[in-house]
Write a protein that binds this ligand. Structure first.
Ligand code: GCO
Ligand code: MN
Ligand code: MN
Length: 387
């Protein structure tokens, strides 16, 4: 009998803002009462989660006095230890306050850019004090509606300068934190800079310490742009840059829906879980999603359970995929190696001469069938539960 019960060893985490989401949207107000951070920690712990993540102001109000801040943090740390929950990822809210309306690191206003550094330093201190491993930067409002007023080349330089400042701040403080950058193509801005995983990976290489920096890709964000999320994550994994991940569900090319993991594109979710498990990714499985606006508090916890359960079911399906003789038989044929020929494809003068002279059977290649139809149907049947 399979057991899909989440356990801390599965490393499932939730942002306070996810299960704490009260259902407000641009068209309508809150539909659920607030749940306190401590209630969230308690409930998630009872559901088998590993830990929580937060924005500075999810825990400490932006106008809290230093002593208020300290007592809130103390109480929260106590709750984490009481309920055996980890604090995994910290981040800064650089989008809610009206002063961030033109962005934070890339605001045209120099005082906003400087205030951003101050707010980030404080939020990084908070994350380090609570033992976070990873610090996420999501450029919520780092973008424009019109390019008439902001130079996008200059904006990228400002963003780089700001992040470099914080890289040096973290090193000077001796915090063992890594930075993870989260791309998104649009929303809430008309366009957000560095919109995809690929563009973020390129940007990271230009920072003062690229080794300390990786990405935090989100299913919804690549899918909003019509892109294949598995391929985006693959590129990050291949470069050792997958530091964190935001799992959720999304219909392609729509607004950021943040549905329960697996609620949409179940096959995409399957290939994602399969790749994460096979790649040895050891980081948290973070759900950055929220319950439908139709739900009451009970529905919120159903949503949280659903995210974790679906992940575990898909993980088990990935194991079955490996055990399925018919599927594996086809894969063996597809992946058959021609080792002699393979050896000829690493460059040497001799190999180049040999390859130039080699006669390929082009008709055999033209007529070769890859069997993907059968393989995909078998995968679909496996997912539908009849294999
Ligand atoms: C969004 C983002 C955010 C970030 C979060 C952490 O589209 O709203 O996904 O949820 O992940 O702010 O940086
Ligand atoms: Mn996210
Ligand atoms: Mn998002």
């Amino acid at each position: 009998m399979n057991d899909y019960t989440p356990k801390p060893e599965h490393k499932f985490t939730f942002g306070l803002w996810t299960v704490g989401n009260r259902g407000r949207d641009p068209f309508g107000d809150f539909v659920r009462p607030p749940v306190t951070p401590i209630q969230i920690v308690k409930k998630l712990s009872s559901l088998g989660a590993y830990g929580v993540n937060l924005h500075d102001n999810d825990l400490v109000p932006i106008d809290a006095s230093p002593s208020e801040r300290d007592s809130i943090v103390k109480e929260f740390k106590q709750a984490l230890s009481d309920y055996n929950m980890h604090f995994v990822m910290g981040t800064t809210n650089l989008f809610f306050d009206p002063l961030f309306k033109d962005g934070a690191f890339t605001s045209n206003h120099p005082q906003v850019r400087a205030f951003t550094l101050q707010k980030c330093m404080q939020a990084i201190d908070l994350a380090a004090e609570m033992g976070a491993e990873t610090y996420v930067f999501w450029g919520g409002r780092e973008g424009t509606e019109t390019d008439a007023g902001k130079d996008p080349i200059e904006a990228l330089k400002w963003f780089r300068d700001g992040i470099n400042f914080l890289i040096h701040y973290v090193k000077d403080q001796g915090y063992p934190l890594k930075f993870a950058f989260e791309p998104k193509p649009n929303e809430p801005r008309g366009d957000i800079y560095l919109p995809t995983v690929g563009s973020m990976l390129a940007f990271i290489e230009t920072l003062d310490d690229p080794a300390m920096c990786g990405v935090n890709p989100e299913v919804a964000h690549e899918n909003m742009a019509g892109l294949n999320f598995v391929h985006a994550v693959a590129q990050a994994i291949e470069r050792g840059k997958l530091f964190h991940i935001d799992l959720n569900g999304q219909k392609f090319s729509r607004y950021d829906q943040d549905f329960r993991f697996g609620a949409e594109d179940i096959k995409g979710a399957f290939f994602l879980v399969k790749m994460l498990e096979e790649s040895g990714y050891g980081g948290p499985r973070h759900f950055d999603a929220h319950a439908y606006r139709t739900e009451d508090e009970e529905g919120v916890w159903e949503f949280a359970k659903g995210c974790m359960r679906t992940y575990l079911i898909l993980r088990e399906k990935a194991n079955r995929f490996h055990q399925d003789e018919e599927i594996q038989g086809i894969l063996e044929q597809i992946h058959a190696w021609d080792t002699d020929l393979q050896a000829r494809t690493s460059y040497s003068k001799e190999n180049a001469d040999w390859l130039r002279a080699h006669a390929f059977d082009l008709d055999a290649l033209r007529n070769y069938g890859y069997q993907y139809e059968k393989l995909d149907q078998l995968t679909t049947e496996l997912l539908l539960g009849i294999r």
